[in-house]
Design a protein around this ligand. Sequence first.
Ligand code: C5P
Length: 328
Amino acid sequence: MTAAALTPDDEPEDEPGDEAGDEPRPGVTRSVTVRVPAKVNLALSVGPLRPDGYHDLATVFHAVGLFDEVYATEADTLSLTCNGEGAAEVPLDETNLAWRAAVLLAETTGRRAAVRLHLAKGIPVAGGMAGGSADAAGALVACDALWGTGLSRDELHALAARLGSDVPFALYGGTAIGTGRGEQIAPVLARGEFHWVFAFAHEGLSTPAVFRELDRLRAAAGEEAPAPGVDEELLRALRAGDSRLLGAALHNDLTQAATSLRPDLRATLQAGRDAGAIGTLLSGSGPTCAFLAADASGGAAVAEALSAAPSVRAVRRALGPAAGAYVL
Ligand code: C5P
């Protein structure tokens, strides 16, 4: 997969028979498909609330092999449809980030936002795995290819950052440090492949509500928000490709806030630990819980145990790191 990933200054390549980027042909409806990965935050260190309503943070993003696919087909107007994981909860109007991505790209490049978008979802909705952000990144890349607007990687990054804090990372994939509100990305040296198990919850969680709960808990405890930073042990584990070291170094400052709002998440995290996971983690602002396994058979055992947990709606296994948004 990595070979297909977009890298800075790289443009998606046209495969033979790939209609993206071809000259318009009468009677042929052109279409582009982009695959975009979910993410977990291997570390999420949250600093103080800023005047703009965001928190300064330092995070290690890690893209994993759970994907949404964004289909962009030429059309006379803008429309959006969706199927797959959690599709019933996905808004299909201008509040959807993929819709907004198409509008933003059109406005920026001085053209009409005319495209039929379809989202095939594999990433849980409101699950802390940046599914909406993935759709936005996918829509940017798909419309850029369909419309032939040819934005550079830096230009796409700038638009992505305006759409949401997690959108830029979905363009890059792999493993990367995020700073600022998460939109400033620097790649991290990471070796090897990691075996993940994800436990989806019965209901989603609101990201702003979890950040607000963290502020409330800190204020109630009289704690000052620390300056955000990334643990050197975790970076060492990634450089070495050592899953046990990585499992021990996983950390998310939002865990207490999310479990305060949703106490049943504690049972999910404990069920994974009991089943032999070498690392447990709330994914982003939750409620998805992520478990690191030593190998494929360890992953199968953790997945089986979690499937029986009442607090878990569905279980998925995936490898990380995965490539960022790319044209199929
Ligand atoms: O950037 P995005 O729209 O994805 O953020 C959603 C919400 O999450 C923000 O409105 C804010 O409440 C919270 N957030 C935050 N600090 C960040 C990122 C997100 O407080 N760094």
